[in-house]
Structures are given as structure tokens and as C-alpha cells.
Design a protein around this ligand. Structure first.
Ligand SMILES: Cc1cc2nc3c(=O)[nH]c(=O)nc-3n(C[C@H](O)[C@H](O)[C@H](O)COP(=O)(O)O)c2cc1C
Length: 206
């Protein structure tokens, strides 16, 4: 990459939508955390977040970043602030369309499990619902929530993973069959990717 064939952007001089387009086009593919929460009235909520990753094995930690919509926190964010817990279900290829349905901007009292015809399963140690059809899921307790701006635009929610559920046929000892998992990756906009299509291995230098 030399300066002559490179276009350089100053994020602070761009419209928010263009910053988003460039960053989400460059950081690809992103895993999708399908986040299950309970509302204050006990209503179930489910939505996908691709600003999501695992950040540590010890303590076992994942994070995701829900935004605010017109100055109001998205339902998932409001729910984790109040309940301090959430689940993450893995989206496989068979669940991609259902995942997409649950990203609709529904009122807080809409149950996205019903919208997408999915089965909710309570966690063993958190009350938040998992997607029973998913090949794997995590139960998480919120450890911290960091707002990135004031007034708030996006928060980062850290969760300690307190249970890990994996379909047994995907396990070889403690190794996960990552190709068999068939997790879907998010590209930019409405584009997604499959793992099997591009999978390769490389040994680390000794
Ligand atoms: C694949 C995918 C990934 C998404 N990632 C995010 C994200 O990281 N952060 C976010 O705020 N919204 C994200 N969205 C949009 C939310 O899913 C959407 O706003 C949803 O309505 C939020 O639901 P809630 O209000 O029930 O929390 C994503 C949508 C899709 C389809």
C-alpha cells in the first residue's frame, strides 16, 4: 500500500454513515452474536449484533456493541442495563433468515422468538433466553457497560461467560468442529459469508 494508490479518510470529517460503511467494509468477516435478553416485564428479546467478539478465555469474556436509536437505547441495551445478563446464540446457515428477521426494529414488547418462529430455552444460570435451534450458545453475566460518547451513541457490553452449550456432535474432546458449526459471518450491509467456502489452515511459526 503506497500513498499514490491509497485514498485516505479523516474519520472526523466524514458523515457517520460513511464512517460506518468504511469500517464495516474493512473489518470483515465479523462474527454475529445473536443476543437474547429479558425485558423488565419478563418479555423475551432477540437481536443480532456483529459488533461482537470474544476477547478473553480468562476471565471468559465476550463483548458486543448495541447502539442507541434516535437517542434511545436499543431494547437489548436497555435490557442488559436492567437485568445484567444476556445469552449469545450462534447463527448457523440454517438460521440465517431467522436471524435477519429478528433484526427488525420492533417495539420493546415484541417477542422476536415468535416473530422468527424460534424456540426459546432459558439458560441454566441466567434467565435470558437462548435459541434452542442454535448449534451453540453462551450464558453471560454483564461485567461492565461502557458508553463510547456523550450524548450516548453506542455502548460496549462486556459479559462473563458462565455456561457454554455446544451440540455434542460438533465436539472432538474440547475442540469445536468450526467448519461443521456452519456459523455465518457478516460482511458489509446485507452481505454474509460461509466458513467452509474459504477455510484454510496455517501452522504458527515456532
Ligand atoms: C447481522 C446484523 C448485525 C447487526 N449488528 C448490530 C450491532 O453490532 N450493533 C447494533 O446496534 N445493531 C446491529 N444490528 C441491528 C440490530 O439487530 C437492530 O437494530 C435490532 O432491531 C436491535 O434490536 P433491539 O432493539 O431489540 O435491541 C445488526 C443487524 C444485523 C442484521
Amino acid at each position: 500500500m503506497s500513498p499514490s494508490d491509497t485514498t485516505t479518510f479523516v474519520p472526523s470529517e466524514l458523515e457517520g454513515v460513511d464512517r460506518y460503511k468504511l469500517l464495516t467494509g474493512l473489518v470483515v468477516p465479523r462474527p454475529i452474536g445473536w443476543i437474547g435478553t429479558l425485558g423488565p416485564d419478563g418479555g423475551q428479546n432477540l437481536a443480532p449484533f456483529s459488533f461482537f467478539t470474544v476477547v478473553a478465555g480468562t476471565p471468559p469474556t465476550v463483548l458486543f456493541s448495541p447502539g442507541h436509536r434516535a437517542g434511545t437505547p436499543k431494547d437489548t441495551l436497555a435490557n442488559v442495563v436492567a437485568s445484567r445478563e444476556f445469552t449469545v446464540s450462534v447463527v448457523d446457515e440454517s438460521l440465517a433468515e431467522a436471524m435477519n428477521l429478528t433484526s427488525g426494529e420492533f417495539p420493546p414488547d415484541t417477542d422476536e422468538f415468535a416473530v422468527a418462529n424460534l424456540t426459546a430455552r432459558a439458560g441454566d444460570v441466567v434467565a435470558a433466553p437462548l435459541v434452542a435451534e442454535a448449534p451453540a450458545g453462551l450464558e453471560c453475566r454483564v461485567t461492565r457497560i461502557v458508553e463510547l460518547a456523550d450524548p450516548p451513541t453506542n455502548a460496549v457490553v462486556f459479559g462473563e461467560v458462565v455456561r457454554i452449550h455446544v451440540r455434542s456432535d460438533l465436539l472432538d474432546g474440547m475442540r469445536v468442529d468450526t467448519v461443521g458449526l456452519k456459523a455465518v459471518g457478516r460482511m458489509a450491509g446485507s452481505a454474509y459469508t460461509r466458513i467452509a467456502d474459504g477455510y484454510f489452515e496455517m501452522d504458527r511459526p515456532v
